[in-house]
Design a protein around this ligand. Structure first.
Ligand code: FEO
Ligand code: CA
Ligand code: CA
Ligand code: CA
Length: 617
């Protein structure tokens, strides 16, 4: 049978009003439940979370991390009531993490407490959490054999063009086959063969080179002065500095890579593959997919016998969109492979990386990043790079040379399961002073979502802009998509399709015109059912029916990010990151509401219908 080209889903909930409360908002007839907040023990090695910040680094290594972000649900049965939730932990709130914030030596300004620094490293990374639905409530299954943490210190394998390269030789891994830790895990992906992809986003800030920056370090933004949390230098702890913490200082000091930590950052900036079903497997950093500030990673529509495609954006102002095309042709039998990471080797280690160029006429070109690729000055990338590994190390620098299109902060991608169209959030770019076709707004405070379809050739695509973020304040010049009070949004960030063809849009908004009306939120739409020609007017259709509906609003100060859904569509999971500023400011208007004495905790929220039926339809 020919598969349908349109979704049959129809959104059947009332769009919720904007909200600015210390509470979540769900549609009428729905319930919300907090699951797996920061500090939830995964096993009995961890003490229960304490509100005074006194949990240890070991507790943290055995508990759910901080600042939940991307997420995916991996089922363990067909009923959809038992599975593994993989959760990214992007970064930390150091004030909430410790009893009274970070401790510094007053003279040197250096960190002094080893357990504090270890706790910070352990609060980063990924959690794999067994969860079960019991009496309409999801519960974490403590001590389950699948439960595990990947942290900023966990040993991981390197695969693809940079594996075993001299660029990755470190004291820890003299043959360049491994790296330690994953950091700033923001968006995520998953694979058709049942693995989780965690994406390393703002990792450059965790390293510093106080000597001369290399070309790739300079392009990506490694600091010349300091590391984000001061992990690289601990006052009076020379012994520990030798390795565990000193590795974040990548200044060349000795004669070779064995004498210092010059290559340590080269092990970061990748898509990392995790097999959640195999608790003894190591995570694998897939270097073929490029090295930059990866926000997310999403595979394109699968066709038997054709390559597997992954999309990933570089979230920074004026950065690029990328796709990776596997050399191997898709074999549907691999979806059930029992050696999932070996299947990852097959599809993610060999292939071609491209950067996107958007043209005026709604057409676009994928520009390959290979040694023989033509650069805009009439040369080839081989004039600037000696090997493919060199290109990957400085992916953004290579994309500069072929003139990819600078975008308004590429965040997440989602692919329509019916049409194969790819949707991409461009969250905002207040610094844009020169428009290009795909980023037409100057000082783009509100962001937009772009969409493309692959052409017949792997190097061509067609595109349009799906929706522009905006306040619904009646300014037609800003409100290009006709948004209303019931769906105005800004700074689209998290993005995911469920298999019914519903597109879920999450926001991380800093634009005050919308933030004054509503906290961050999650909206839903079924794009494949929109009438042709109305795609850009997603706010209201011809019969005045709202098509883009607000499904959820988060509590004050949070961002809503990370989407997962149970296979029976009865539970939607979303993450609440950095709720509630901590400590509450001395500004009276921002002080803690009366009676609230708990530290704020990032958490997953599960949204279900009160009758336990499918959500949203
Ligand atoms: Fe971590 Fe681009 O958001
Ligand atoms: Ca994000
Ligand atoms: Ca964001
Ligand atoms: Ca965030």
């Amino acid at each position: 049978p020919v598969p349908p080209t349109k979704s049959s889903a129809k959104l059947n909930f009332t769009s919720v009003a904007g909200s600015r409360l210390d509470a979540v908002v769900v549609p009428e007839g729905y319930t919300a439940q907090v699951l797996a907040p920061w500090g939830t023990p995964l096993n009995t090695k961890a003490a229960p979370w304490k509100n005074d910040g006194s949990n240890t680094a070991d507790d943290q290594a055995n508990s759910v991390g901080m600042h939940h972000d991307g997420m995916h649900f991996f089922p363990l049965n067909d009923a959809g009531d038992d599975g593994l939730l993989c959760i990214n932990h992007e970064y930390i709130d150091e004030d909430a993490l410790h009893p009274t914030g970070q401790t510094f030596d007053p003279t040197s300004g250096l960190r002094t407490v080893i357990d504090e620094v270890r706790k910070e490293i352990n609060a980063h990374g990924v959690s794999v959490v067994r969860i079960k639905l019991m009496n309409n409530q999801w519960e974490v299954v403590s001590n389950d054999g699948h439960n595990r943490r990947f942290t900023g210190a966990t040993v991981m394998d390197i695969s693809g063009p940079l594996a075993y390269s001299s660029l990755l030789e470190t004291r820890y891994s003299p043959d360049g086959s491994q790296a330690r830790g994953t950091l700033n895990n923001c968006g995520n992906g998953y694979t058709p063969w049942g693995t989780y992809l965690t994406c390393e986003e703002n990792w450059p800030g965790y390293f510093a080179n106080r000597g001369s920056l290399t070309a790739d370090q300079s392009r990506i933004g490694i600091s010349k002065t300091s590391t984000r949390y001061g992990w690289d230098d601990l006052a009076g702890h020379d012994e520990e500095r030798l390795d565990e913490f000193a590795r974040f200082d990548v200044t060349p000091k000795g004669a070779s890579a064995q004498d210092d930590y010059r290559n340590e950052a080269n092990g970061h900036g990748y898509i990392v593959e995790i097999d959640p079903y195999n608790a003894t497997s190591r995570a694998v950093k897939r270097t073929a997919l490029g090295r930059f500030r990866h926000e997310g990673c999403t595979f394109g529509k699968l066709t038997e016998g054709k390559p597997v495609v992954f999309y990933s954006g570089h979230d920074s102002q004026f950065e690029y969109l990328y796709k990776f095309v596997s050399n191997a042709a898709w074999d549907a039998k691999d979806a059930d492979s029992s050696n999932r990471l070996q299947t990852g080797d097959k599809y993610m280690d060999e292939g071609t990386l491209y950067a996107a160029k958007f043209n005026e006429n709604g057409g676009g070109i994928w520009l390959p990043l290979t040694l023989d690729s033509q650069t805009t000055d009439g040369k080839t990338l081989s004039d600037s790079f000696a090997t493919l590994a060199d290109i990957i190390l400085n992916t953004a620098g290579a994309a500069d040379l072929v003139s990819a299109t600078p975008m308004d902060r590429p965040e997440w991608c989602a692919v329509d399961p019916f049409t194969g169209s790819a949707y991409f959030t461009l969250t905002n770019n207040s610094k844009r002073t020169e428009a290009n076709p795909a980023n037409p707004r100057l000082k783009n405070y509100f962001g937009h979502i772009i969409r493309w379809d692959e052409g017949d050739k792997a190097t061509e695509f067609t595109w349009d802009i799906f929706v522009f973020g905006s306040p619904s304040d009646g300014n037609a010049e800003t409100n290009l998509s006709g948004l209303t009070d019931l769906n105005q949004f800004a700074s689209p960030d998290g993005l995911a399709f469920d298999k019914r063809g519903i597109l879920w849009v999450q926001t991380d908004n800093g634009a005050k015109e919308v933030a004054e009306e509503t906290n961050d939120q999650m909206l839903a739409i079924v794009p494949s059912t929109l009438v042709d020609g109305q795609e850009k007017q997603v706010g209201v259709t011809a019969d005045n029916q709202m098509e883009l509906k607000r499904f959820f609003v988060g509590p004050n100060d949070c961002e809503v990010t990370g989407f997962a859904i149970s296979p029976d569509y009865t539970s939607v999971f979303a993450n609440i990151q950095h709720p509630g500023n901590w400590p509450y400011s001395s500004n009276a208007a921002e002080q803690t509401p009366a009676g609230i004495t708990l530290r704020p905790r990032a958490a997953t929220v599960v949204i279900r219908k009160s009758d336990g039926k499918e959500v949203a339809v």
